[in-house]
Design a protein around this ligand. Sequence first.
Ligand SMILES: Cc1ncc(COP(=O)(O)O)c(C=O)c1O
Length: 440
Amino acid sequence: MPNTLSEYQSLRAWHIPKGVTSSTAMIREAKGARLIDFDGRELIDFAGGIGVMNVGHGNSKVVAAIKEQAEKLTHTCFAVALYEPYIDLAVKLNALTPGDFHKMTMFVNSGAEAVENAVKIARYATGRPAIVALDGCFHGRTLLTMTLTSKVKPYKFRFGPFAPEVYHMPCPNCYRCPFGKTYPGCGVACADYLEEFFVANVAAEQVAAVIAEPIQGEGGFVTPPQEYFAKLQSICRRHGIVLIIDEIQSGMGRTGKLYAIEHWGVVPDMVTTAKSLGGGLPLSAVTGRAELMDAPHLGGLGGTFSGNPVACRAALAVLEVLIEDGLVARAEGLGVKARARLDALQERFELIGDVRGKGPMLAMELVTDREKKTPAADETKELVRLCYERGLMLLSCGQFGNVIRTLMPLVITDEELDRGFSILEDAFQVLTANRAAMVR
Ligand SMILES: Cc1ncc(COP(=O)(O)O)c(C=O)c1O
């Protein structure tokens, strides 16, 4: 067995394809919002394993649930025999997901698989082939979800041909409005545009579903204006189109509400969840109106590992922590503190063009010129590196790779939060000084 980090990095390079994305960091242990790396160094976690660890690393309730279930039953395959955790969790999610109507839930393993299944169900229920997604969205890496995903490099480049009947319309990005307008004077024209889109791109009666993230995750935490989803929904309803809301990154308390779409007061027809749902175990769900969910024929949905008993039991513990233990409520306060820190950074550093998001799902977009909004992708990369060096794990995102996002576990302490933001501030200072020195 290798002994050093560099030995592991060499093995990684030789045995694992480079296409499988990874940083050079190596983590051995984690607790709450702290990571311990290979050499025993402690890092504050603002990445949460890309939004998976909302209840914190090694959450004692989740760990106990996993242990208990693993002792009892790890697998039957739901097609072979029923087991309690799958049904208990479906009942719970049906009750918690927005909407006062009969809902049903099915489980799969990854976010992409949940989106695939939501599309399958919407197509089956409507008898229509087309799906409309938003520019800048991310819905996964499988053939269909990669087709839905709207960022060419690295996600789609040379992986085509793509799945048919997927269309993209401009996204509600107020910082870089695709229509060149300004909110609120724009009247949220980006939502109304869907009607026009049906004229030039695909007939409304051919569209099974419109799919959107409440806040675009990989796309740079693009946060639509308040009226957006109600408008989108009313157009979908007019044409019998299913509205699928992808809560894979934004759900499970991330925004200070269990589901981010609650901020917009809209009740979707179908919701996909994953990431923080399983508390670190692979699990995803599609929850939706019973008449849609129950449309596909017997045997049309499923999968060998789908809704694994241990993962479902972990998710039940996650929901207990989020709701009964008040973590979602705490997230709201965390969001206020984090926002204040980011706003203060924006006042201080010219590089920060925009701060946006909801609750603790926040981001800042870095630009080298605030007027021209020139994306500062290199500076973003450097900032992530400087933070890592100083003990903060941070993630970038965005169409231009120039957005820094916060996905810290919601259990982060005030002291850890402060420390994380102080590291970020320090890194900005160094970055700004280095840039000034280069200009001189
Ligand atoms: C909004 C959204 N949808 C879908 C996915 C795909 O999830 P997975 O990587 O589990 O397939 C992601 C992953 O980042 C996501 O953020």
